[in-house]
Design a protein around this ligand. Sequence first.
Ligand SMILES: Cc1cc2nc3c(=O)[nH]c(=O)nc-3n(C[C@H](O)[C@H](O)[C@H](O)COP(=O)(O)O)c2cc1C
Length: 178
Amino acid sequence: MSILLKLAQMRHSPRAFDGSALTRNDLAEAFEVARLSSSSYNNQPWRFVVGLRGEPGFEAMLQTAVTANQSWMADAGAIIAVLASTVLEKTGETDHAALLGVGMAVGAMELAFTEAGLASMQAGGFDRKECAVRLNLPGHILPVSLLAVGRLPVGHQIPAKQRKSTEAIVFNVGDPIL
Ligand SMILES: Cc1cc2nc3c(=O)[nH]c(=O)nc-3n(C[C@H](O)[C@H](O)[C@H](O)COP(=O)(O)O)c2cc1C
């Protein structure tokens, strides 16, 4: 089995962390993986704001999450605000592929965290307006998600994946696509 498939099977959204702290060094390799990701026009639309557990930035970002997400995110070692720059730097036009580029970078980061023995989970359930205010974001930088990273609690079990079958997502030309 390929390493990537193995990591894809192991990566999951744990909704539980052990409450231990992380350092910037713990996150460095995943950011390097993100930095090397591909993007439309090589615009590199991903931006990340890091709040390590124990830093004021961690609490600031945690407070923007909806209550249900705060319950598990509070035990993460770091909360990373995932942001998208929506302007093409070369032309000043809108980067219509910005969210795809950010998603690709974060997807690769999550596999890197998994390989490093960490767990991560994204949350779209947060107050984007409040996040933009707290991070003092200019209008062309959009909050996309909060990415919580940490260590799994002792005894944590990886839940079974709930997924569509391959036949339900891969088609031939002429097939009805649902
Ligand atoms: C962009 C994004 C936003 C998400 N937002 C939330 C969220 O706000 N709260 C939550 O409990 N799970 C959230 N999830 C986790 C998904 O529910 C989870 O990825 C999905 O059920 C598949 O499970 P798995 O990640 O364990 O494979 C989010 C996932 C992604 C990729």
